[in-house]
Each structure stands twice: as structure tokens, then as C-alpha cells.
Design a protein around this ligand. Structure first.
Ligand code: BGC
Length: 747
């Protein structure tokens, strides 16, 4: 069973027939002139012209979407692409193409079943975020967007940017971590890359779908200003970076109403305050009403089969007739959808058949992303990189002989060459558990052709320890599979893998742990191993990327986009709210930490994490000098020099944190900016970081402004949020009031 909502309304066909039947009904003739196809006009004007030529029935078709897969015993409608996320009929009479929807942020996904499309998977979104390199995010987005188009899709349900409020959230791997600035920039660039292909991307899940347990019913309660400075700031920045064409409202409630009928979120924040001109689509099964949803800002009912009722079909038609939903609102809904199609090039550059996919090239994009996002967490005694001349290498556990892990649920991309490991559980939603056939073992052997590389599957720790004892180095692969609708029960690695690492580390002092996981995990064995490499879910070419980093062909440069807690006790909610066995349970999650998410919470409480936000080692070393800050033209500019003080080329991520001396923030400091700098040994570069002004302010909900308090602010330049390698200066910042979009208000 995929979702909670299996209550499909039997009368669906009667109220709003399948698309085929609708299309076959008597249509008005094709107009002689189609002025909306004139490319010299703006998207808004073109949409207005098209809307004037549309019948009421044609309008209603745009706001009602079908799932692209058999569901609850019903066959999918013929027009939808097989095993896809969705379909919205076009208005061919007016030259407006249909919308074909595919998930998601790591590539072209398929609903599970016999005929999955095999495509290139990027590493997890969290791994892309770990690169701290917006260009990497853009390149990945551009690649998967191109595959979406070549696969017949013009809408990609990507752009996941829910903040990591809990490391156990089963979808953290689809998102970009805990900091609104980092997450907003990285996801915004990914969306921009996707949409560069004339494919509409979403930004999702709006808002606060920050845990999967009870996601359909939970009420996320939070102070509004805190929300604006955290989850909403990430979304806002991602939107500003990309101009995303669509926003997907979430399953959960926010401060009372469901997200998809939440006037505050959809009408006030998104459409009024941010000036969003695109369309809001629901998540699949997230609609609960007709009139409230339409009037409060939902523009399109997605995957309507998942909802209890076809709210935006016959019921909406009736509601418009009675005036409960104004005609102008229906027109606005359709205008938003059609204008986005014009704005993003879907009409002028329609989908073409027979576009080939260059899988080698795309696999290299995925590999480069993994190489940029791999995080070297620990490296004592230069355990890594592995030296040439090793005689025996033991590779243990994690199916490392066969492939690399991916995360489960609707974002699942299936690999070319089939699933590398068969028969794993769960094999139904949110499974199957998919390993991509990029074998770390083979890639390691390829890098060390003269070494004896032996594999042990890790199922018997004592046996694995004996194998490790006879090797020059032991590489233990420890994995954590999570997925949509499936939070991790705890921070512990599953399946006795902690005991496995313990046993191997006891037998071989040179034990390197390679982690593949959806989010932060605990490491009770950390003190016993000299090196740990965080490989997240590394995507289609992950095995090669891991080997390249282990052997130093690639110098690791990823940094954590999220804090690794030492234990659950350090979290705002040591125990996850809700009951995974009872998805119908009505309950509230009190986000009492407000905007103090991740490292901000840890700072506030004085908790020492296992690894801090921003942490990541390199095979070289970097030093900072000349830190200076200056406010010019209303912007805070931070300048400094970075030098590679080691002996190999590498990339550093200098991070600027800002801490007010007087002003009261939710936490002692915030990330204010960063850069990713490539340096040869001995090379220096001057860096300038311009601080996003909203990062210096507190949001005031009553006046809908950002207020920057006058005073002294400490700028800390460091390699992580714990202040490694830090230098600091203090700057005077003048008072300022910014409008709701962060622009300086005229005085
Ligand atoms: C997910 C969305 C996804 C949709 C369509 C839902 O379960 O929450 O992220 O886009 O399904 O597959």
C-alpha cells in the first residue's frame, strides 16, 4: 500500500470522467487565430489571451490531475506515461500541451512495478548540499531535467527543501539539510538547472513536512515569525534563486489548517508576500476540501485518486456555479498554470520523441556530484588516502561487492543494469530497497590492481574480524536505508552493524568506515577507528566516486549540511511524536525550538555534537588570513584570504558565521555565507562573501518586515560551526528595516 488514502471515491468517473472521455465530448472548433502563441508577448498576456478562448470545461480540466499508475485496483488513464507520477490533459484545440509529471529531485523516478524506466540517479539531495557548491547543484539539476524531457516529461516534482529539524526524518536524503541559507541556495540552483530544460519544477513540500511519522494528519505548530526565519526562509530563497514554476503544498497541517487549504501559507506568504506567480499543486492525497482549498490558494489537485474525493472536478464546477468559489478564482488558477507553461517554455518548446540520453555523460555528472559531496569525517594518522602498494584490502559489509544504496519512496530512480541486490525487504512501498550496480569492491580493485581485495558480507562479525585481521586495511561499509513515509526509528545503524564495526576495528587498527545513510547516524565505535567517510546515498556512479576518494584521486571537499548529534537526548524532541503504526492519529508537533534549528539549537543548549554542521576534512590543509567586514550600500561584505598550506590540491569551504553582541536572536549565531575555493598547494585566493541581509534580521510578523538591530556583530570565519580554524572580527552594523522580501525599505 502506497499511501494512507485508499479511500478512492467510486463515483469518480461519474462526477468527472476520465480524461479520454472528457476530450471526446463535443469541443468548440479550433480558433482561426491563436494570438497567445505569439512569442513576442509576455507570459502573463499570453495566458490571459488563452484563457479568454477557453470554455469552462477546458478550464476545469487544468486544475484536476490524474495519477500515472494503477492505483487501488483501478487502471491508470491511458494518456499518462506508464508508472509515472501524474498527468494533466492539455487543451490541444488552443495549442496548449498536456502536462506529464515525474518525480523527483535525484532523477527521473518510476512508480514501482515491472517496467521501470532506468535512468541516471544523482546522489541524494543531502549529498549535493554537502558539496556547498551551487554550480554542482545546478549541473545536477540540468542533467536530470534533460533526462526528464527526453523521457517525455515536462514537469519534475523536484525541489525538496524541507529543513532538517530531525535527523530521523525518512526524507532528509531528498532535502538539503538544516540551514535555510545553504538549503535555499543549493535547492534553488538545482531547480534552476532543471527548469533550464523547459521543464517546470516544483518546490516542495510547503510547508513543515519535517517528519514522515503521521505526516498526513500532524499539526505542525510553530511561531509564525520563527517559521519565516527557518523553513519558509529556505523556501523563499530557493524560490528567489530559481523562480520555480510550481509549489507543492504538503500533507500536514500548519498551525491548524492543512497545508493545501492554508490561507496563511498559500495566499498570504507565498502569493502575496513573495509574489509567486506560478501554481500551487497539492501533494498526492493532501487535499481535504473544494471551497476552502480553492479559495485559500490551491491551484491544482494532484494525483486526485489519492484524495477522498475528486474535490477539484464536479464539486469545483458546482462551487463556481453557486459562487462559493468565484469565477475569478478559477480563472486565476488556470491563468497561473498556463502562464507558467509559457514562462518556462513548455508551449514554445514542446516535448519531442526520440531524444537520446547520453548515459555516460550523465553518469559522470552524477559521479562528480558524489565526489564533491563526500565528507571525510575523521582521518587520524593519515589512514586515508589509501597508499599504493597495499597487499591485502578487506572490504566488508554493506553489499559493497554489488553496489551502492539509494533512498526509498516516490523519488526512487531505478538504475540501468537493474537492481544490484535482489530480494531485500521491504519490497513494497516505500521499497523496494534499491542498490545501484556501481560496485565499490570492483572500483577499489580497479584502483589497486596488484592488491588482493577480499570481500566478506559482514553477516558474521567474528568471521569478518578474521578476514580483517589478515588485511593491511579493512574497509567496512555500514548502511542505513530510509525512505518516504518511513522515519528512522533511532540514530543507530540498523542490523547489528555497530557490532560489526566494533569487531572489525578490534581486529585491524587500520579500519576505515564508509557510511551510506539518509541522514545523521550515531557512531558508538568512533574512537576505535582512524577514519570515517560519509558517502550518503552516492547515486548511479557512487562506487567509483567512493574509490576515487579512498585512493586520493579525488580530494574530499564535502562539508556537513547538518549536525550529527551525539545522541537523541540532544534533540529538541528526543522521541519522535506520533505513532508510525497509526498514520490516522491526530496529533500536534510543537516546534518549540522555532528558528533554532540544527546547529543553532546545539549552540543555544550548549550541546557538543558528534560532528558539527559545516564539518569536513581534506587531504590538504587550509589557513585563513586578513578577515575584514564592511557595510557598504546597505550590504555587509566580508573579505578574507584562503591559502592551501598542504601538499596536494584541494577545495575548501570557508564559512562565515555572524553573532550579534547585543541583538537577541533565536540562537547565538547564524551562517551568513560561504564559498567553495579550489587551490593548488601553496596557492592563495581572495574571497568576498556578501551577506544576505535577511540573515542579519529578525522577522516581525505584525509589520511583515525584517528588522536589523544597530550594533556590533562578530564575524567568525571558520571551517565548521564549532569554530575550527576560526578567526574573527567585529563590525558595526547600522539599523535597517527590510520589506517582507528582504529589500531595504525607503526611509
Ligand atoms: C510525495 C511527493 C511526490 C508525490 C508524487 C508523494 O508521496 O510526498 O513528494 O512528488 O508523492 O509521487
Amino acid at each position: 500500500m502506497r499511501f494512507r488514502h485508499l479511500t478512492i471515491v467510486a463515483a469518480l468517473a461519474a462526477i468527472f470522467p476520465a480524461a479520454t472521455a472528457v476530450a471526446a465530448a463535443a469541443e468548440p472548433p479550433e480558433p482561426a487565430q491563436k494570438p497567445w502563441l505569439d512569442r513576442s508577448l509576455g507570459a502573463d498576456e499570453r495566458a490571459t489571451l488563452a484563457l479568454q478562448a477557453m470554455t469552462q470545461k477546458e478550464k476545469l480540466r487544468w486544475v484536476f490531475a490524474y495519477f500515472g499508475h494503477d492505483f487501488a485496483g483501478k487502471k491508470k488513464i491511458a494518456e499518462a506515461l506508464p508508472q509515472s507520477a501524474g498527468y494533466i490533459p492539455g487543451t490541444p484545440r488552443l495549442g496548449l500541451p498536456a502536462l506529464f509529471e515525474t518525480d523527483a529531485g535525484v532523477g527521473v523516478a518510476s512508480q514501482s512495478g515491472p517496467n521501470v524506466r532506468e535512468r541516471t540517479a544523482l546522489p541524494s539531495g543531502l549529498m549535493t548540499a554537502s558539496s556547498w557548491d551551487p554550480k554542482v547543484a545546478y549541473a545536477g539539476g540540468a542533467m536530470i531535467g534533460a533526462e526528464a524531457r527526453a523521457s517525455g516529461f515536462n514537469v519534475m516534482l523536484a525541489g525538496g527543501v524541507n529543513l532538517m529539524r530531525d535527523p530521523r526524518n525518512g526524507r532528509n536524503f531528498e532535502y538539503a539539510g538544516e540551514d535555510p541559507l545553504l538549503a535555499g541556495v543549493m535547492v534553488g540552483q538545482a531547480i534552476k538547472g532543471i527548469e533550464s530544460n523547459h521543464v517546470i519544477s516544483t518546490l516542495k513540500h510547503f510547508a513543515l513536512n519535517d517528519q514522515e511519522t503521521g505526516r498526513n494528519e500532524l499539526d505542525a505548530r510553530i511561531d509564525k515569525a520563527a517559521l519565516r526565519m527557518s523553513d519558509l526562509l529556505a523556501m523563499e530563497l530557493a524560490f528567489e534563486q530559481s523562480g520555480a514554476g510550481s509549489v507543492m503544498c504538503a500533507y500536514n497541517r500548519v498551525n491548524g489548517p492543512y497545508s493545501c487549504e492554508n490561507a496563511y501559507l498559500l495566499n498570504d506568504v507565498l502569493k502575496r508576500d513573495w509574489g509567486f506567480k506560478g501554481f500551487v499543486m497539492s501533494d498526492w492525497g493532501a487535499v481535504h476540501s473544494t471551497v476552502a482549498a480553492a479559495n485559500n490558494g490551491l491551484d491544482q489537485q494532484s494525483g486526485s485518486e489519492f484524495d477522498k474525493s475528486p474535490y477539484f472536478a464536479g464539486a469545483l464546477m458546482e462551487a463556481v456555479k453557486t459562487g462559493a468559489v468565484p469565477q475569478s478564482r478559477l480563472d486565476d488558477m488556470v491563468h497561473r498554470i498556463v502562464r507558467t507553461m509559457f514562462a518556462k517554455g513548455l508551449v514554445d518548446d514542446p516535448l519531442k520523441e526520440g531524444v537520446a540520453i547520453d548515459f555516460d555523460r550523465n553518469g559522470a555528472v552524477s559521479r562528480a556530484t558524489a565526489e564533491a559531496g563526500m565528507v571525510l569525517l575523521k582521518n587520524e594518522g593519515r589512514a586515508l588516502p589509501l597508499a599504493a602498494g597495499l597487499r591485502t584490502i578487506a572490504v566488508i559489509g554493506g553489499h559493497a561487492d554489488a553496489g551502492v544504496l539509494s533512498g526509498g519512496g516516490s523519488s526512487q530512480v531505478y538504475p540501468r543494469g537493474g537492481m544490484a541486490v535482489k530480494g531485500l525487504k521491504p519490497d513494497t512501498w516505500p521499497g523496494p530497497v534499491v542498490y545501484y550496480p556501481s560496485s565499490p569492491l570492483r572500483a577499489i580493485q580497479a584502483q589497486a590492481p596488484d592488491a588482493r581485495v577480499v570481500f566478506d558480507d559482514g553477516s558474521d562479525p567474528a568471521r569478518a574480524a578474521r578476514v580483517a585481521a589478515q588485511a593491511d586495511v579493512a574497509l567496512v561499509f555500514a548502511n542505513q536505508w530510509v525512505g518516504e513515509a518511513n522515519d528512522a526509528a533511532s540514530l543507530a545503524l540498523p542490523d547489528g552493524q555497530d557490532a560489526l564495526v566494533d569487531a572489525v576495528a578490534g581486529a585491524n587498527k587500520r579500519t576505515v568506515v564508509v557510511l551510506q545513510n539518509g541522514g545523521p547516524v550515531a557512531m558508538p565505535w568512533l574512537a576505535k577507528v582512524p577514519a570515517v567517510l560519509e558517502a550518503w546515498y552516492p547515486g548511479t556512479s557512487g562506487g567509483e566516486a567512493i574509490a576515487n576518494v579512498l585512493f586520493g584521486k579525488v580530494n574530499p571537499s564535502g562539508h556537513l549540511p547538518a549536525t550529527f548529534p551525539a545522541s537523541e537526548q540532544q534533540l529538541p524532541r528526543p522521541k519522535l511524536d506520533g505513532d508510525p503504526k497509526n498514520p490516522e492519529l491526530q496529533f500536534a508537533v510543537d516546534y518549540h525550538e522555532g528558528a533554532a534549528v540544527g546547529y543553532k539549537w546545539f549552540d543555544l543548549k550548549g550541546h557538543k555534537p558528534l560532528f558539527p554542521f559545516g564539518h569536513g576534512l581534506s587531504y590538504t590543509t587550509f589557513a585563513y588570513s586578513g578577515l575584514a567586514g564592511q557595510v557598504k550600500d546597505g550590504r555587509l561584505h566580508v573579505r578574507f584570504k584562503v591559502t592551501n598550506t598542504g601538499s596536494v590540491a584541494g577545495k575548501d569551504v570557508p564559512q562565515v558565521y555572524v553573532a550579534p553582541a547585543g541583538a537577541k536572536w533565536e540562537a547565538p549565531k547564524r551562517l551568513a555565507g560561504w564559498d567553495k575555493v579550489a587551490l593548488q598547494p601553496g596557492e592563495s585566493k581572495d574571497v568576498e562573501v556578501t551577506v544576505e541581509p535577511r540573515v542579519l534580521g529578525m522577522f516581525d510578523e505584525a509589520s511583515r518586515t525584517w528588522r536589523i538591530a544597530r550594533g556590533k556583530y562578530k564575524l567568525v570565519l571558520a571551517q565548521d560551526a564549532a569554530g575550527t580554524g576560526a578567526s574573527s572580527v567585529t563590525v558595526d552594523v547600522p539599523a535597517a528595516v527590510l520589506d517582507v522580501r528582504g529589500k531595504a525599505q525607503k526611509r
